[in-house]
Design a binder for this molecule. Sequence first.
Ligand code: GTB
Length: 216
Amino acid sequence: MTPTLTAFKASPDRGRGLARDMGVRWALEEVGLPYDVRLVSFAEMKETAHRARHPFGQIPTYEEDGLALFESGAIVFHLAQHHAGLLPEDPKARARAITWMFAALSTVEPAVVERSMASLFERDQPWFEARQSMLDDRVRARLRDLSNHLGDADWLEGAFSAGDLLMVTVLRRLGGSGLLEEHPSIAAYVARGEARPAYRRAFEDQLAVFTAAAGA
Ligand code: GTB
């Protein structure tokens, strides 16, 4: 059975690949697994049928052979566990790569998301500038430490892994902020991820959804 992913019928990111289906698409492309996409509107995400797959009424969800998953990180982990290409075979290297998956989602992402939410929704507030500066500094602290770990390596722990996939996916949300460019090694790391053929295929596929909807 071909797995099915859900994604926005009309993504607010206008095809920039910032919605959470992007990381799952990228993982599916990395492991070479064909998949179908079911596009859902904001209203459909809140309906009972979708909530049966996703208790919080969001995208993405993933279905295969009687299994329904939500949470993009959990879906990427599931794919990495069951298909070659996203986690090393050696148990210790595998544990380190999994650690980086958690680091991406629970240590780096909160600072990145809080900053982008403030940029999107708090610009009109009188305290916006002061808060944004504090949120920028929180992101800077994460980027500095990440850059120190990365050094001049291509990937976080040896070969490319699901840890890099999730980290690059998180860092892409900083595009346009100027923060990535403060650390050329991090900017190059993100560019390296985006240059992977699997990433390019995933990006083009999600962009095609936006282009088709815009032309409709
Ligand atoms: N932790 C969950 C995961 O990783 O799967 C988070 C899932 C999530 O936030 N889904 C969002 C959603 O369904 C879409 S991706 N939102 C609808 C709702 O909650 O009603 C978040 C997102 C949306 C838009 C942009 N953008 O426009 O740039 C970026 C990211």
